[in-house]
Design a protein around this ligand. Sequence first.
Ligand SMILES: [Zn+2]
Length: 250
Amino acid sequence: MSVKRFEEVALSFFPQATLDFFNDGIQFGFNNYHVKEVNRIGYSVNLTPDILKEALEKQVGLILTHHNIWEDHFEMREACLKFLEEHNLIHFFNHLPLDASEFGPSYALAERLGLEVTDRISFYEGFYFGVVGNLQPQTLDELTKRLENVLGHKVRVWKNNDRMIKRVGIVSGSGKDLASLHEAKALGCDAYITGEKSLTTLLYARHIGLNFLLGSHTFTEIDGMRKYAHLIKAKMPDVEIIELKEEWIE
Ligand SMILES: [Zn+2]
């Protein structure tokens, strides 16, 4: 499969207006783009030196990630770019278009948790990055265990009400902004799940009586990447797509 064909397929799931809006070279695109044939694609949430090494060992020709190489990571960014060039690897990333899609990280995590999505939250310039949905009434402990099973790691919980959990807000990745918690509360959520926090998030969650479950940025987003990778695979059956395993560090 040519890289050009991959690009067409990888962008085919998004409305043109979404791509036009986010077309700043930072939210989606390539690093080390060049013409070549690709038979194996590896995907992950982040591009790091460890992921690059794994990609090389597994003979991946193109790496598909959610985040771009972080712009503010000084020599780490340079090391990643140098590695791509030295090993003839192509990197394609899809950040906010994927976050805003109905197969993106928030929807995908909601599905894994058994939520029936009814509303969207975390509004930005006409796009929503989070969801609200209903689930079978359960205790906070039950929801916590379920989330730990899905993410594959321990989560931290701030209990801010005693109710059974029937309605949950999810913003996969970084959903620490107070506006998202405010919207979740207004839509009747008993609990809120995201991958990042700050002191102000926790103080506000306590004030509005919203249980706060903290997963990790990476593992609240990996299901969205899996879905995206499988959508691409369905359109290019001859290409092998494998997951590159990230370490839990958050
Ligand atoms: Zn993210």
